[in-house]
Design a protein around this ligand. Structure first.
Ligand code: GUN
Ligand code: ZN
Length: 495
């Protein structure tokens, strides 16, 4: 089968892609608004005007209710919802995870999804919650895999088939499950049962779940993060390689009087001002919005606008090669997100394998900048650098002469690099004058490593006083000639 997913542009483990479905091509990353087939808070027919390219609904709800089932079987799903673009349908697994039981088999729900003309169908996987026993996670994963294989053998053409990755909070099971599914060629790979992690702000574990699942999947497979609808975490999830999200949050939060922003949520009654310029927020004051008779619908509309605004910003960031700067910013919105950022960088070695080598400019945005894949890449690359003769390393602007055989610039968090690379990425990094402890440590470790590997060269290191106070500085090889300068002095090669 030809691949239905094409990757156009990459940044970190994130990408812009095109997914081909029976009802057209969509550009990812994107969010699928969840449509409740019983009541549409915002009509499906209006979803395009918010930026939605694809919707998601629940085939089990349609299957269970005779009026809906009859229409769907007779006129098709697209006619039932009033939307002629791609529609994904879930299977009732979520109901299974909440109520423990559903009155449908895997075979029945797959057949039903095919009959009503779903674009992306989902088998009846078992969403195994976090923290269950390993035995339970293993046995449910095996059932899920069996059902997915059964579905795969039933669906040969037309509908795309999703293969949800389960495995609870056992990361090896997540990876194993993903590897198993990959051998059966699903069209989309949702990462399942992460809603409880998100509801409890366990974003760091969410990062591990995504990373483990992704490591077991092909890097060119489209990935859906099931049940993720808050824009605060989209950038992080995209940077880990998630392509699709679904949002019931826009409507559920609205029902609860909650106003979504890209960095968190407000209760509308606590807002004095509206920090948004969508049509709803331009037309209403905070008080008017709170008192409006159609408050829920208005909030849902605002929530959808900010959801797609964030998606567009993420896509632009991938184009510009600064997705990690956006991730850094979003992860400072909540302590749990900051924890997730640190966990994200515990996967740097893997992210580096996917991250493009060249981007525009590296911006230092804080202590985690030193953990970025670009820096990891340089730490390994400097092992291949050969420095000979007299070498000058300096934190200051350089005037070259023939006094030294090699000139190197010291710039945290990179460390020392040959001046010839200055214009290249990431050596063109924009950094502040004051650098945090860890990135400075990273720069010194790289520099010490470079010096130690070139023991025959004679190094002079010109730096300012503050650098010498860093504990790592004491580990510089003793034969390095250190010259301390005031930070305002301009250094020329004749000190
Ligand atoms: N919706 C949210 N989580 C899940 C999941 O794990 N599986 C399915 N099928 N639907 C979901
Ligand atoms: Zn708004």
């Amino acid at each position: 089968m030809p691949s239905v997913f094409k990757i156009l542009q990459k940044d970190a483990a994130g990408r812009i892609g095109k997914l081909t479905t029976p009802h057209g091509v969509i550009e990812t990353p994107t969010v699928m608004p969840v449509i409740n087939p019983n009541i549409q808070t915002i009509p499906a027919s209006e979803m395009r005007s918010f930026g939605a390219q694809i919707l998601i609904t629940n085939s089990y709800i349609i299957f269970r209710k005779e009026e809906l089932r009859e229409v769907a079987l007779k006129d098709g799903l697209h006619s039932l919802l009033g939307f002629n673009g791609p529609i994904m349908t879930d299977s009732g697994s979520f109901q299974l995870s909440v109520y423990g039981d559903v009155e449908v088999t895997n075979e029945q729900i797959i057949e039903f999804q095919q009959k009503i003309g779903t674009d992306i169908g989902v088998p009846l996987d078992i969403p195994t919650a976090p923290d269950v026993s390993r035995d339970q996670a293993e046995s449910e994963l095996e059932i899920t895999i069996e059902r997915l294989k059964e579905a795969r053998s039933m669906v040969k053409e037309g509908m795309l088939l999703a293969g949800p990755v389960q495995g609870s909070t056992y990361y090896d099971l997540r990876q194993y499950g993903a590897e198993e599914l990959t051998r059966h060629n699903f069209d989309v790979y949702p990462i399942g049962a992460v809603v409880p992690l998100m509801e409890n702000y366990r974003y760091a574990e969410l990062v591990d779940v995504i990373a483990a699942s992704k490591k077991g999947l092909s890097p060119v497979a489209p990935v859906h993060l099931f049940g993720a609808g808050h824009p605060m975490m989209f950038a992080l999830a995209v940077a880990l390689g998630c392509d699709l999200f679904d949002s019931a949050a826009y409507a559920l939060y609205a029902k609860d009087g909650r106003y979504i922003t890209n960095s968190g949520t407000y209760h509308i009654e606590n807002l004095n001002y509206l920090p948004c310029c969508c049509p709803i927020c331009l037309e209403h004051s905070a008080e008017e919005l709170n008192k409006a008779p159609n408050k829920v619908e208005l909030l849902a509309r605002h929530n959808l606008y900010v959801t797609f605004q964030e998606i567009n910003l993420i896509k632009q960031s991938i184009r510009d090669g600064n997705l990690l700067e956006l991730v850094d910013m979003r992860c400072r919105s909540h302590p749990s997100m900051l924890e997730a950022l640190k966990r994200f960088y515990s996967h740097t070695e893997w992210i580096e394998t996917l991250d493009p080598a060249s981007k525009s400019t590296f911006f230092y945005t804080g202590p985690e900048s030193g953990l970025r894949p670009e820096i990891n890449r340089y730490s390994k690359r400097l092992e291949r650098l050969e420095i000979k003769g007299k070498a000058l390393i300096t934190s200051f602007p350089i005037k070259m002469s023939d006094e030294y055989d090699q000139y190197l610039r010291f710039k945290p968090p990179i460390g020392a690099y040959p001046i010839e690379l200055s214009e290249m990425y990431p050596f063109n990094a924009e950094i502040p004058t004051t650098i945090d402890y860890e990135p400075m440590d990273k720069a010194l470790i790289n520099t010490i490593n470079l010096i130690s590997r070139n023991a025959d060269a004679q190094f002079t290191f010109v730096c300012d006083d503050s650098l010498t106070k860093h504990p790592r500085f004491a580990e510089l090889p003793k034969n390095v000639n250190v010259i301390i300068r005031g930070s305002t002095d301009t250094f020329s090669s004749q000190p």
